[in-house]
Design a protein around this ligand. Structure first.
Ligand code: SF4
Ligand code: SF4
Length: 174
């Protein structure tokens, strides 16, 4: 049996509660206006929070010294990706020293969980996760990042060089 209590006359009288809440809000507003340095929020986008270099944000496909992609289309990143959001199409390279390269490399960023496993799995430092975190876009298709976006977007200034360069690869007899 459920017993529903009638609300007391006192609890029906809500104006004191509203005024108390308003008083707390106004108190905090004036505190924040007078102690702007002590508040934790920042005025984004004018102010940006400095994320650590280790922050795993938007992906970057690194490049060789000649500007071509470092990726060898080995598929390790796509295999390890738990969200199955990486799709790669491989092709034979004209250079007999290069087995394969990606003619298409896409990441569906809306499915990505930013776990970093692709970066960990890559044997040649061809994919990294950088400090960028703004992924807003107006159209759904803008959330599928292709090679141009991953390797040559303007803020990468021509591409990020891979640590594994051609000389090292040759020296290791790969
Ligand atoms: S960060 Fe994780 S989920 Fe995102 S592409 Fe890499 S492996 Fe997949
Ligand atoms: S990014 Fe690295 S792991 Fe992924 S296909 Fe290219 S070389 Fe392989």
């Amino acid at each position: 049996m459920s017993v529903v209590k009638r609300p007391s006359q006192k609890s029906k009288w809500y104006i004191p509660g509203v005024l108390t809440g308003l008083g707390i809000t106004i108190r905090h507003m004036f505190f924040n206006l007078l102690h702007r340095k002590d508040i934790f929020t920042i005025e984004y986008p004018e102010e940006r929070y400095p994320y650590s270099d280790r922050f795993k944000g938007n992906h970057i496909l690194t490049v060789k010294k000649d500007g071509s992609l470092r990726c060898t289309a080995c598929m390790l990143c796509a295999t390890y990706c738990p969200a199955e959001c990486i799709s790669i199409t491989a092709a034979e390279h004209d250079d007999p020293n290069v087995e394969k390269y990606p003619i298409s490399y896409e990441i569906d960023i809306l499915r990505c969980v930013f776990c970093g496993l692709c970066e960990e799995a890559c044997p040649v430092d061809a994919i990294r996760m950088g400090p960028e975190h703004q992924t807003a876009a107006l159209a759904g298709s803008r959330f599928v990042y292709d090679i141009n976006k991953l390797a040559y977007r303007p803020n990468l200034k021509g591409g990020v060089l891979s640590h594994v360069d051609d000389e090292e690869r040759k020296a290791r007899g790969l």
